[in-house]
Design a protein around this ligand. Sequence first.
Ligand code: NAD
Length: 249
Amino acid sequence: MGGQERSNQKRVFVTGGGSGIGLAIAQNFCGAGHQVIIAGRNKSKLEAAGHEYVEIDVTDEQSVIDGVNSAGDIDIFVANAGAAATAPALKTDRETWDQMLSVNLTSTYLCARAAIPQMVERKWGRYIVVASTAALKGYSYVGAYAAAKHGVLGWVKTLALELSKTGVTANAICPGYTDTPLVDEALEKVMAKTGKNRKDALAAFVSGNPMGRLIDPSEVAGAALWLASDAAASVNGQSITIDGGETVS
Ligand code: NAD
């Protein structure tokens, strides 16, 4: 790596970096010469990913603070960890509702409070949240998830305004259905419930995407790398939608 590239090397922290989109983001930043720390709850998955890692639960304030502090100076924070539970809206029990808000929304608040002040001190930083097209539109049977992801955009837009003179930006990425363990699990549930085979269950998932396919995690990772670049310095408070055109159809 040349001197110019070395001085551009950043320290990148990715929550939920042991699988799916988070792992693709970690690999992409690593491939671009940055230092990557992945964070999550599942030690064996984190270890297998082959990056520096810390164990954290993004719903636990002290765990987030300890994990972030142990990682040293973070330049780029990717709040990617999340989960999706399914239930008809009016049959969503309180526990599921609270869980969805905690892991998908409150986590982004905890991560921002733990990681952004040190970026502001150093006058440069990128805070990127992996939200979802469920932050932009409703989907049947994921009401709590959609409510949490919509909330994420309100949080990101407000951060963007308050940080606008600090050298730190805040943005969200909104993928449509993406080929990860999260969608695998959802497919398994549909197959078990409806008796459909995998191909038919998958067809229902991709039918909303005009391209007729799942998004590849690497496509989301490409957007994160771009948002973190100097070329995107003026991109602030945005939702970068990666959905094959689903939300404009
Ligand atoms: P995934 O299940 O592979 O990844 C989610 C990761 O978050 C896992 O590594 C999991 O261990 C981690 N995680 C969950 N709860 C956590 C907690 N309390 N503390 C720490 N880590 C925790 O699924 P994915 O599809 O890669 O999801 C990544 C993000 O992308 C999520 O925020 C998800 O909502 C979002 N997303 C996914 C899709 C999709 O179709 N796959 C679409 C839009 C948005």
